[in-house]
Design a protein around this ligand. Structure first.
Ligand code: ATP
Length: 293
C-alpha cells in the first residue's frame, strides 16, 4: 500500500501528538424509542459506552439490535429519547436537546457508497471544504489530490466513481470524510458487500489511515475478524433493545499486519467475542420466533 510523503503544506490530515486524544465519545444512559405514540419500537435502552479519543471502537451485535440507531444519534441524524451523548465533554444531545447538530467533526461513511457519480474522485473529495467555504476550489482540489495520493489513489483522482473498483471508491469516500479533519469517523458496515480479498485491502488501507491520523473510529460490523483486526476495543451489544453487553480489549500492537490473524492471541480473542455474540444471536433468533408465533 502506498503511503506517500506527509501532506503538510496545504493543510495536513496528520495530527500532532497532542491532538491525538480528540474525539472522545461518551454515551450515557441513552434510550431511543421510535414513534412512541405509534409503533413504539425501543431500539436502545439505557445504553452507556465510553470511547476514548483516538480509539478504534468496533460495535458488533445482532441484526436490528440498534447499532445504527446509536450511530445516527452521534451523527445528529436522529434524536434520542433520554440520556446524553458528549463529544470531548461537549453535549451533543441530551436533556433539552434531543438531537445533535450535524457537523464536520463527525463524518459518516455508510455501507452503500455515496460518491457523486458525476464528479471525479478528486472533485468528490474536495466537495465538502468547497461548499462549506473552508477552502477555495483550487486549494481544496490540491488538498484532495494530496490526500488521495496518501491513500494510494493518486493515479485515479481524475476518474469517475463508475470507472474505478468498489474498493477504490470506498477508500475515496473515507478520504472525502477525512478532508474535513473530523474528530470522529462513523462507519456503518462500510465493507459489508465486499469479497474477502478486497476487504483485506480495505482493512490495510484503513489501518494505514488510522496510524497517520489517529482519528477516533466508531465502526459497526457483523464481521468478527474485522472487528478484532481493526479495533482497540470490541463492544458487543445485546439484541434489541441495544445495551452494552461486553467489551473485549484488543491488545494487539499497532501497526498491525494481516499475519496477526493466524496468531494464538487472535484466536483467543475471536473465541471470546464469538461466544458473547452467539449468545445474543440466539436471543435475537428466539425473539424473532416468538414474534412469528
Ligand atoms: N425510523 C424507524 N421507525 C421505527 N423503527 C425503526 C426505525 N429505524 C429503525 N427502527 C427499528 O429499530 C431497530 C434497530 O434498528 P437499527 O437499524 O438501529 O439496527 P442495527 O443493529 O443497525 O441493524 P443491522 O445490523 O441490521 O443494520 C430495528 O428493529 C428497526 O426496525
Amino acid at each position: 500500500m502506498n503511503v506517500s510523503a506527509p501532506f503538510s503544506e496545504a493543510g495536513t490530515p496528520h495530527k500532532k501528538p497532542e491532538q491525538a486524544l480528540k474525539g472522545a465519545i461518551s454515551i450515557r444512559n441513552v434510550t431511543k424509542i421510535y414513534d412512541p405514540e405509534g409503533v413504539n419500537v425501543m431500539a436502545v435502552d439505557n445504553a452507556s459506552m465510553e470511547i476514548a479519543g483516538g480509539e478504534v471502537c468496533m460495535i458488533v451485535g445482532p441484526s436490528g439490535c440498534g447499532k445504527t440507531t446509536l450511530l445516527n444519534a452521534i451523527a445528529g441524524f436522529h434524536s434520542i429519547t433520554s440520556g446524553e451523548i458528549r463529544l470531548d465533554g461537549e453535549l451533543l444531545c441530551g436533556p433539552g436537546k434531543p438531537k445533535a447538530k450535524q457537523g464536520a467533526d463527525r463524518m459518516v461513511v455508510f455501507q452503500h457508497g455515496a460518491l457523486f457519480p458525476w464528479k471525479t474522485l478528486a472533485e468528490n473529495v474536495a466537495y465538502g471544504p468547497i461548499v462549506q467555504g473552508a477552502l477555495s476550489k483550487s486549494l481544496a482540489m490540491e488538498k484532495a489530490r494530496h490526500m488521495l495520493a496518501d491513500a494510494g489513489l493518486g493515479d485515479v483522482g481524475n476518474k469517475y466513481p463508475g470507472e474505478v473498483s468498489s474498493g477504490m471508491a470506498r477508500r475515496a469516500e473515507i478520504v472525502r470524510a477525512l478532508i474535513n479533519d473530523p474528530k470522529v469517523l462513523l462507519l456503518d458496515e462500510p465493507y459489508r458487500a465486499m469479497d474477502a480479498l478486497t476487504k483485506s485491502i480495505m482493512h490495510e488501507s484503513l489501518l494505514e489511515t488510522y496510524d497517520r491520523t489517529k482519528v477516533t473510529i466508531f465502526f459497526i460490523t457483523h464481521d468478527l475478524e474485522e472487528a478484532i483486526f481493526l479495533g482497540d476495543k470490541v463492544h458487543i451489544v445485546t439484541t434489541r433493545p441495544c445495551q452494552l453487553k461486553k467489551t473485549v480489549n484488543v491488545d494487539i500492537p499497532r501497526p498491525r499486519s494481516y499475519a496477526v490473524q493466524s496468531s494464538e492471541q487472535f484466536r483467543v480473542l475471536m473465541e471470546e467475542v464469538n461466544e458473547a455474540v452467539h449468545e445474543e444471536a440466539i436471543k435475537a433468533f428466539e425473539a424473532g420466533e416468538r414474534e412469528l408465533a
